[in-house]
Design a protein around this ligand. Structure first.
Ligand code: TXA
Ligand code: MG
Length: 347
């Protein structure tokens, strides 16, 4: 039987690898995961070693059906239950009080665990055949761009990872929405493709933004989901001015925009990612990888619109751009505008 691009035998091979304590990369609807048997702490440690991820950063446990929840979670708040009913299987991760048997290596020593029921057919098939929880972060080196194709996973790990199940392109392309459901009420820890209004329709009291008492989310460190090339988010109306300035200095630039270029130059690689947030999000990481390989000194990203439909994309872009880059860029522009007067004259 063929599930997507993967044969039943490959799923079986992956199940055996997981049982032996090896790692397997597999597709989900969000991004590819780097999976290990969640009941085998030595296997889960291999994830941290391969990714280069600090051991205090917790990983998500994937299960194929909520009926296995009680193995991992000791308390589902009423909101957690409603959110699970509404969005599982799907791109939602819930953080809840962990069951006592859950290993510290998964939770980073915290009293909570993150759980997700993915809806990708290969992930479902794998989890079902494996019969247990699979601990899986995104299948990329720590801090890098998440993989949305099997070839991205191979780019990240090469021969260090034997088994990658190829499910083609991920449909969502951005990591799951994470909602913590603890005693203090539901809170969005990481925006994803499920919008705030969709969440609010199910859990009206849901909060957003950082909670000083909230569990750690390493994705919320300043720089994360980053290409190697420095990323700068540029206001739309200034994009052409900045490109002109950089090409004038013969700097190679890579541009991720929502429209075609006003003019082309030999110093520029341009991707028009369009104006639809779902399509933009689906392609975002593949586009960042492509632009990263263009040999540009700098990667300019046209600022995306306000509004909740762009929340997840805006969040990832903000993290891909290091804080220092944004500041430097603003200072450059301020100096540049001061030198030349109205920036509009320069276009
Ligand atoms: O879409 C996704 O969520 C993908 C696929 C593979 O499922 N996974 C993913 O995993 O993005 P990762 O490890 O790259 O990001 C998971 C995030 C991390 O920021 C981690 O800190 C947070 O989930 N997390 C895990 N356990 C947590 C917990 N107990 N409390 C708070 N945050 C937690
Ligand atoms: Mg990740």
């Amino acid at each position: 039987m063929v599930i997507g691009r993967v044969l039943q035998e490959q799923v079986q091979e992956a199940v055996e690898a997981l049982r032996e304590g090896d790692l397997v990369a597999f597709p989900t609807e969000t991004v590819y995961g780097l999976g290990a048997n969640a009941n085998n702490p030595d296997a889960v440690r291999k994830i941290f070693r391969l990714k280069g991820r600090p051991s205090t950063h917790p990983v998500i446990v994937h299960i194929d059906h909520p009926r296995y929840l009680q193995r991992w979670v000791r308390d589902m708040t009423p909101e957690a239950k409603k959110l699970a009913d509404a969005f599982w299987p799907g791109p939602l991760t819930l953080v809840a009080k962990r069951a006592l048997a859950v290993n510290d290596v998964i939770t980073g020593g915290q009293d909570t665990v993150a759980i997700r029921v993915p809806n990708h057919p290969i992930a479902q098939q794998l989890l079902n055949a494996f019969g247990g929880g699979i601990a899986a972060p995104s299948a990329n080196r720590y801090g890098h761009v998440s993989p949305t194709r099997a070839e991205h996973v191979r780019e990240e790990f090469g021969d260090e990872l034997k088994l990658v199940l190829d499910g083609g392109d991920c449909k969502v392309g951005l990591e799951s929405t994470i909602v913590s459901c603890l005693g203090d009420g539901p809170r969005v820890l990481r925006p994803g493709s499920i919008s705030l209004s969709q969440l609010r329709a199910v859990a009206p009291n849901i909060q957003t933004g950082p909670n000083p008492a909230a569990p750690r989310v390493p994705g919320s460190t300043t720089r994360h989901y980053s290409p190697q090339t420095p990323v700068n988010v540029v206001p739309s109306r200034r994009l052409d001015v900045v490109i002109d300035e950089l090409s004038g200095e013969h700097e190679k630039v890579a541009v991720l925009a929502m429209r075609p270029p006003a003019k082309t130059t030999r110093y520029m690689t341009w991707i028009n990612a369009g104006i639809r947030p779902d399509l933009y999000g689906r392609q975002l990481y593949a586009n960042l990888r492509t632009l990263d390989k263009s040999g540009a000194k700098i990667l300019l990203v046209e600022e995306v619109p306000e509004g909740e439909r762009w929340d997840a994309v805006r969040d990832r872009l903000k993290r891909a751009a290091s804080a220092e880059n944004i500041v430097t860029y603003d200072q450059d522009i301020a100096a540049w505008v001061a030198d030349f007067g109205d920036e509009g004259e320069m276009v």
